[in-house]
Design a protein around this ligand. Structure first.
Ligand code: BTN
Length: 327
């Protein structure tokens, strides 16, 4: 897919009710009508429902069921995240692909999606189930220039950004479960994984991996996961256009990332702790090999969870894993 495809699609999105003649688009982009025709054929073949009416022109009738890089880019309005967008049909893990690009020195902002991941990675060495063509499975390359202890901020800001985008698009109410799972009514909708290459006091790059269960059904998951998982489709009964949702999520991520870079972390941290369903709850937390019980009482300025143990002592958990105790 090329920039010309992106420009053609942008024209459609700018005036969604209009028909565009091949001649108009050709003039606007400085190309021949035949060249435009062949780009339109390519976009149709990728799954975009483009209607061609003699004497009127072309019109985009709706969204594609496929994830299409040009379609995501045409709906994006970002400065950093999504500078480059790639969609792989199948890979082991988008984390590995982006890490490779990072090692090759690619600039921050690259986003790689996969329609299907054979070995999707979750936090703490777990697997991430990525049913084909029904979610948003992607990784973003970031070079925030921070010290390693500040990286928790990235997962926190990502949780807030994704929560905002999904709530805006769907009207659903999203909860945050510490550290950065997005949930609907206690079931997991989205997971975030940050992997990095770091020196003692400087982070070279972070690969921020995000998995959002969009159009998946419960039957797409192994039996043991079915009781704890959800998707936008399971929660609403609707099927969502993934390229549009991807563009909204990336735009929100770009906005929040730049806000934290320019104005600091405090406003985002506040929104996160306001929406974090873990605070005030009795939890069991795992620190390395140690399992402890207490109450989650606060989130500190770096995004770590402050826990008051049953014996009154205070511990701070950065990342790690918690389970909520049944009330
Ligand atoms: C978690 O909650 O355990 C984090 C899950 C992160 C999953 C995403 S899907 C896209 C990216 N590629 C991967 O292999 N994992 C992340």
């Amino acid at each position: 897919m090329s920039n010309i495809d992106v420009e053609i699609l942008r024209s459609f999105y700018e005036n969604p009710d209009n028909y565009f003649s091949g001649e108009d688009i050709a003039r606007k982009l400085g190309l021949s009508r035949t060249a435009i025709w062949s780009h339109i054929q390519e976009l149709k073949a990728a799954g975009l429902p483009i209607e061609a009416v003699p004497n009127l022109g072309y019109k985009l009738l709706g969204q594609s069921p496929n994830l299409i890089a040009a379609d995501i880019k045409a709906q994006l309005n970002t400065r950093i995240i999504g500078r480059e967008v790639l969609v792989f049909q199948e890979t082991d893990s988008t984390q590995r692909i982006v890490e490779q690009f990072a090692r090759d020195g690619v600039a921050e902002g690259l986003v790689v999606f996969a329609e299907n991941q054979k070995q999707g990675k979750g936090r703490l060495g777990r697997k991430w189930v990525s049913p084909a063509k029904s979610g948003l499975w992607f990784s973003t390359l970031l070079r925030p220039g921070w010290r390693p202890d500040k990286v928790t901020r990235l997962t926190v800001l990502a949780a807030v950004a994704i929560m905002r985008a999904i709530e805006n698009e769907t009207g659903l109410e999203i909860e945050i479960k510490y550290p950065n799972d997005l949930m609907i009514k206690g079931r997991k909708l989205c997971g975030i994984l940050a992997e990095m290459l770091t020196e003692v006091d400087y982070v070279q790059y972070v690969v921020l991996g995000i998995g959002i269960n969009v159009n998946t059904l419960l039957s797409d998951y192994p039996d043991e996961i079915q009781p704890i998982v959800t998707s936008l489709r399971i929660a609403t009964g609707e099927i969502f256009g993934r390229s549009l949702l991807a563009a909204k999520v990336l735009s929100s991520l770009d906005h929040v990332y730049r806000e934290v870079q320019n104005k600091g972390f405090s406003t985002i941290a506040e929104e996160w702790s306001d929406r974090c369903s873990t605070l005030g709850k009795k939890i069991t937390a795992i620190f390395g090999n140690e399992k402890v019980r207490g109450t989650a009482i606060a989130i500190d300025e770096e995004g770590a969870l402050v826990i008051q143990m049953d014996d009154g002592t205070i511990k701070t958990l950065r990342g790690g894993d918690i389970t909520l105790e049944k009330e």
